[in-house]
Design a protein around this ligand. Structure first.
Ligand code: UDP
Ligand code: MG
Length: 319
């Protein structure tokens, strides 16, 4: 039996690029069908992440024109990670494999062939990995590389230079649905599920049309989420730092007592001020990091839904 593939495509204000890339996705499905790699029941599932432009209308038109296209719409904009999750969870009971991919044509659609081949060879997760970052700016390239190193140092298991272009089998998604956290960093969560996995390399291109929705602010928020939702090492580091500073302070106290007993104490305004400033700074950073985790706990405890689907294209009902 040939596997049913669902291509999951998150879209947010993508009216400029969707008409172009939807054709590419459809052609890829048809090619894979013709090569007998996937079933004729395979589909492209668009997830409109609460777009404010005509994206949803375009998705509805595509679905009316060709049964390969399906769409769901989030009740409001919730961000890329939640949109991908909504698509994966909605698709998991209808298919055997999913491939999540951005809708802007940056990720090489042709890498899907190798991903599906890897699935046929027994892999349940196939990570799409960028072989080069030539199209990224120098700033993005260096910060991204530094960030992956930082993640590794924090004990977070991620695949270097992998974003959210990946094949995941429905078997893995069934297990993944038990991961209930609301702070999502999908690329760091899938390695935790386990199962046989591999990587497929591809060149990342420029956006075909439209503009990026990931400004520096959102990128930094995702970066912090990545660390705080998958690692508690920063808390250990604060403890370690606290112990070191406590030890140094203890030595300082002994030293000042000895100096005072020797009668050589002088009004040490400068040293006093520096020590107070240093300790104040260290404590504030410590409290800030603790606050990050408490904020995350606060959100987790509330357990609010991670996505809300408000509309579906015709004939597409959840199971
Ligand atoms: N996206 C989304 N919700 C958002 C922001 C982005 O679903 O709030 C989608 C977007 O339509 C695209 C993908 O996430 O398919 C990646 O976004 P983008 O290309 O803007 O990010 P970049 O590639 O520049 O990091
Ligand atoms: Mg993009």
């Amino acid at each position: 039996m040939l596997p049913v593939l669902y291509i999951i495509v998150p879209c947010y204000n993508e009216e400029a690029v969707l008409p172009i890339t939807s054709e590419l996705f459809l052609n890829k499905l048809r090619d894979l069908e013709k090569e007998w790699k996937i079933s004729q029941e395979s589909r492209v599932l668009f997830v409109d992440d609460g777009s404010k432009d005509s994206t949803w209308q375009i998705i509805c038109d595509l679905a009316a024109k060709d049964p390969h296209f399906k769409g769901i719409r989030q009740s409001r904009n919730r961000g890329h990670q939640n949109a991908v999750l909504a698509g994966l969870m909605d698709a998991k009971d209808h298919c055997d494999i999913t491939i999540s991919i951005d809708c802007d044509g940056q990720d090489d659609i042709n890498a899907m062939d190798a991903m599906v081949d890897a699935y046929h060879d027994g892999c349940e997760i196939v990570y799409g990995v960028r072989s080069s970052r030539d199209t990224d700016t120098f700033f993005k390239r260096t910060t991204a590389r530094g960030y992956y190193k930082l993640l590794k140092a924090m004990g977070v298991e991620t695949v270097y230079d992998h974003a959210d272009y990946r094949l995941v089998s429905s078997r893995v998604l069934q297990e993944f649905s038990n991961f209930k956290e609301v702070n999502l960093f999908l690329r760091g969560m899938f390695p935790l599920v386990g199962f046989k996995s591999t990587s497929v390399f591809y060149e990342r291109k420029e956006r075909i049309a439209g503009k990026s929705h990931y400004p520096l602010r959102k990128m930094l928020a995702l970066a912090v989420d990545g660390i705080t939702s998958l690692s508690i090492k920063p808390l250990h580091l604060i403890t370690g730092l606290g112990v070191c500073i406590a030890a140094l302070s203890f030595i300082g106290v002994i030293w000042s007592v000895v100096v005072a007993l020797c009668g050589a104490s002088v009004p040490g305004w400068a040293s006093m001020t520096s020590i107070i400033c240093l300790l104040g700074g260290v404590q504030l950073v410590g409290i800030g990091v603790l606050g990050e985790y408490i904020g995350k706990i606060y959100l987790e405890v509330k357990g609010r839904p991670r996505y809300i689907i408000s509309e579906r294209t015709q004939d597409w009902e959840a199971l």
